[in-house]
Design a protein around this ligand. Structure first.
Ligand code: B12
Ligand code: SF4
Length: 415
């Protein structure tokens, strides 16, 4: 059977430079599809979707709320052509009922060990409307190396430099932070992949630069130590979400090739300043992820926060406006308080205000969001700051002899 797998485009944050990372959900999902089936993949961020291409079944992978509008539009168009459509991925789980209005089948849960049932039903002409495997988490030994061979790799470069490859070492998260839906998605349970499977996958990736997409590596100290020890010999250079703030763990991360981290910066405390410094002291860069519009934020607070980020010499900053995504604690609170302005999902980009802020007007928060981007990058534009981060990785690679040209790798790829 031929499966057409589509990753719909989403509206980028207006202030970000135009580059695209390779998608991860679709290639991990593809690895759960038995090999006898042919897969033709289209990432709409870098390719044009050809509705005329022949395919037996259409699968659409949807990660973000702001991606759903396009996902549903594509699903409707294929169904009008008489094709059967299955919708899956994170945003499909978060918007399951609405998704069902646009698909022949909605898949909820993780694909490994379950998607075969959908294929079997489809082949018998008995596709069900909903496949709900929520809570039936797969055995992570069954998560094989992602099918990166289906990507058009040349498309993922920024000014000719190959972007990072995405990989995950665990699933779930044991925390339940207010803006986040991961606890809902993963059942608030940390589920690590077996180390040998992670190493097997890392070794299969020719790209030396990786983004370990795990929600937060700071889930279990011993696991984190063991992970860093296991990956150090590969000499990969990687980016990740926060690392546990303990001396020995940060040291191990640096030795294992940690290039920079996405670290949320929530206030102007000395704790935060030290947290950033402790990464920097070990040669680890910091991209701050800063959520604006929390209930204690007013205009002055945001100005102080931006000054603080500059003082701390953050390498990069990504500002977003707090957004009440479905199945997050903050949405439940804002719903109770009647503060959500609309559910126009394509505007849930995290780049605009979709709720009533506590201490500012909607317009003021939008203005302060722009102020934050403009002020942080006023003296040194994002492109220059990114260039500096790339120089940092080049230096690390030169030092340990792993440097090679990161120009697009063309056809040199395969399992
Ligand atoms: C990687 C990632 C990104 C990457 C995406 C790269 C890319 N090109 O796709 C980047 C960095 C670009 C990104 C950006 C953003 N992200 Co993000 N991101 C993630 C992250 C960390 C991991 C996703 C992932 O790869 N998971 C691992 C894969 C294997 O799991 P999966 O996708 O669920 O796939 C499995 C199943 O769903 C299934 N499946 C997948 N597809 C399909 C298809 C079919 C047909 C079927 C049957 C099954 C199926 O099979 C897979 C294997 O079981 C998640 C957090 C998380 N834990 O999920 C947040 C997350 C998705 N992001 C989130 C957010 C908020 C954002 C931003 C909007 C804001 C921000 N700065 O964080 C921005 C986008 C801003 C913008 N407008 O441009 C939210 C989603 C909120 C929402 N409802 O929209 C999440 C959930 C994090 C959170 N804290 O809540 N993100
Ligand atoms: S924000 Fe990070 S640590 Fe908090 S629940 Fe979400 S994934 Fe877990």
């Amino acid at each position: 059977m031929k499966i057409k797998l589509v990753y719909p485009r989403w509206p980028k944050l207006p202030n970000q430079p135009e580059f695209h990372l390779p998608p991860h959900g679709p290639v991990v999902f593809a690895a759960a599809i038995p090999r006898e089936h042919e897969i033709s993949f289209c990432d709409e961020h870098v390719q044009t979707l050809d509705f005329a291409e022949s395919a037996d079944l259409i699968c659409i992978s949807c990660m973000l709320t702001c991606q759903t509008a396009r996902a549903w539009e594509i699903a409707d168009a294929y169904r009008a052509l008489g094709k059967k459509v299955v919708l899956g991925g994170i945003a499909t789980m978060l918007h399951a009922e609405e998704s069902a209005q646009h698909a022949d089948a909605v898949f909820i849960g993780e694909a490994e060990g379950h998607f075969e049932k959908v294929l079997a039903d489809f082949e018998r002409g008995e596709l069900k409307k909903t496949y709900n495997f929520f809570g039936q988490w797969p055995d992570l030994r069954d998560v094989g190396p992602a099918r990166r061979d289906i990507l058009n790799r040349e498309a993922y470069n920024y000014r000719g430099v190959q972007m990072v490859d995405l990989v995950h070492c665990s699933r779930g998260c044991r925390f339940d932070c207010f803006p986040c839906c991961v606890a809902y998605l993963g059942g608030q349970k940390f589920r690590p992949r077996p180390f040998e499977r992670v190493i097997e996958e890392l070794e299969s990736i020719p790209n030396n630069r990786l983004f370990i997409v795990d929600n937060s590596l700071a889930q279990d100290d011993d696991w984190e130590r063991e992970l860093f020890r296991a990956i150090a010999p590969l000499k990969k250079k990687w980016v990740s979400h926060p690392i546990r703030d303990k001396d020995d763990i940060l040291d191990l991360a640096a030795e294992a090739g940690c290039w920079y981290v996405y670290q949320s910066v929530i206030d102007t405390s000395d704790f935060m300043r030290t947290r950033i410094k402790r990464y920097h002291d070990r040669g680890i860069g910091v991209e701050g992820t800063i959520i604006l519009g929390l209930d204690d934020h007013d205009e002055d607070y945001i100005k102080r926060l931006v000054d603080f980020l500059l003082e701390c010499r953050l390498d990069l900053a990504e500002f977003t406006v707090v957004t009440p995504f479905p199945h997050t604690p903050i949405r439940a609170k804002m719903e109770r308080e009647g503060r959500i302005l609309h559910n126009d999902w394509k505007r849930y980009t995290a780049g605009e205000t979709v709720f009533k802020p506590a201490k500012m007007s909607v317009d003021k928060l939008n203005e302060m969001y722009q102020y934050a981007w403009d002020t942080f990058y006023r003296d040194e534009p994002k492109e220059i700051k990114m260039g500096k981060l790339y120089r940092r990785v080049l230096e690390k690679e030169m030092a340990d002899g792993t440097f090679r040209s990161h120009r697009a790798t063309g056809g040199k790829w395969g399992h």
